[in-house]
Design a protein around this ligand. Sequence first.
Ligand SMILES: Cc1cc2nc3c(=O)[nH]c(=O)nc-3n(C[C@H](O)[C@H](O)[C@H](O)COP(=O)(O)OP(=O)(O)OC[C@H]3O[C@@H](n4cnc5c(N)ncnc54)[C@H](O)[C@@H]3O)c2cc1C
Length: 266
Amino acid sequence: MGHYIANLRDIEFCLFDLLDRDSILGTSIYKDIDRATAMGMLEEIKRLAEKDLADSFIDGDRMGVDFNPATGDAKLPPSFIKSYRAYVDNGWGLIDAPVEVGGTLIPPSLRWAIAEMVLGSNPSVHIYASGFSFAHVAYALGNEKQKQLAKIMVEKDWGATMMLTEPEAGSDVGAGRSKAVEQPDGTWHITGTKRFITSGDSDLNENLIHFVLARPEGAGPGTKGLSLYLIPKFMFDFESGALGKRNGVYVTKVENKMGLNVSATC
Ligand SMILES: Cc1cc2nc3c(=O)[nH]c(=O)nc-3n(C[C@H](O)[C@H](O)[C@H](O)COP(=O)(O)OP(=O)(O)OC[C@H]3O[C@@H](n4cnc5c(N)ncnc54)[C@H](O)[C@@H]3O)c2cc1C
């Protein structure tokens, strides 16, 4: 028996007695997912959370991240990688992905009921699987190329980070000094230092897309002057997703935390 027991009875009560999900499931855009299907998903994630995901919770916290400052690479305990693979390889990441590029169409309430069990069992699994959610940002707000990147992120299970915080720019995110300079070929060079970046590096995914706030040259102060840039750890081919050369973004330090140690805060 692992450390986690999911309270499925309570979740079912919240979804169906409190939130009346019966009124939307099995109909309209959710016609393919009725109450029985939803409960089947919840029962399956309960089983996975209590065993496969919970199995590495203690290892993850005790062993944490093995960081190599010479290369900037972070390695995670094999048992945690096994838990992550059990989650992603069984298709659960797809509940957070854009439907247009292969995501599973379920109501947010059901998605969060599933997430509650993953977060209760082994929160870092949920956190590292954020590439699927970040693909939403690229898909919903991006141009055609960025939509294609979203598709590759989902297909290949690429990780993601949000790079907002900098030394002297935490709560006051608009004070960020990272700079973006447009190149003659339309690409951008980004310089700056970020800190406290969740999942900044790991050996879970073959590639990582950093969603980075930086100020384009000539833009005004504060949050309004910031733009969002997508920086890959490895350059890649937009058609096949094949990896190219290593990009110039590196982790220099992993924070020592009191808990959630397997989640690399970089
Ligand atoms: C585990 C962890 C993971 C994180 N992951 C990410 C991530 O993935 N990406 C990312 O970009 N950032 C991440 N962060 C950074 C997080 O967003 C910042 O820590 C947060 O924005 C606060 O900034 P700060 O730490 O610089 O604190 P500060 O902004 O310096 O705040 C310090 C203290 O001052 C208080 N304070 C600040 N401003 C005011 C004000 N105007 N009035 C009154 N009190 C104020 C705050 O409440 C706080 O108590 C992470 C942080 C942690 C701890």
